[in-house]
Design a protein around this ligand. Structure first.
Ligand SMILES: [Ca+2]
Length: 170
């Protein structure tokens, strides 16, 4: 019996090992770079926190290759200068990092609300690419360098303006 369990467990491990080996290699500290998104300012442009008619409870999420980093949220403030520093490891030699940046309104009883920070219709979050070598940010109308303040705003219901910077650690 014990042998049977052990054998199937070993089989599972070896199958899983094949599947996740590249990810594990990429996550090793020696081979990982980091993308750093720093959220400096968020300003509600309408009533973001509609159900309770209070002020927004903003937090931010940064996702790269399926890995999401969340900030803490700041209670009841329609304008914040949080200085959230969000660090996401990325695999080296993976080409440009494709980043998704979201601002949400934290709700206690219901799912958090995605706040519109993108002026494109039916698009609420921001997608951009970071060139890890040149330290440039593309995907907007203009190309930014690391450290440049990037300001964006949505124009649909529950919208905000955000100012953030991007940096790279290699
Ligand atoms: Ca939009």
């Amino acid at each position: 019996m014990r042998f049977g369990v052990g054998a199937s467990f070993l089989k599972f491990v070896s199958l899983a090992g094949v599947a996740v080996a590249p990810l594990i290699a990429g996550a090793a500290p020696a081979a990982a770079d980091e993308v750093i998104v720093r959220v400096e300012h968020v300003l509600a442009l309408d009533q973001v926190d509609l159900p309770t008619a209070g002020q927004a409870d903003f937090f931010a999420q940064v996702t790269i290759n399926g890995r999401t980093v969340k900030s803490k949220f700041i209670r009841r403030a329609d304008e914040i200068r949080p200085d959230w520093v969000m660090v996401v490891p990325v695999r080296r030699h993976h080409g440009p990092a494709r980043v998704k940046l979201e601002i949400l309104d934290h709700n206690v009883l219901t799912k958090s609300t995605l706040v519109d920070i993108n002026r494109l219709p039916d698009k609420r979050d921001l997608d951009f690419e970071v060139d890890m070598r040149r330290c440039t940010v593309t995907g907007f109308a203009e190309t930014y360098k690391c450290g440049d303040p990037i300001k964006r705003a949505g124009d649909e219901r529950r919208r905000a303006q955000i100012t953030f910077t991007v940096d790279v650690r290699r």
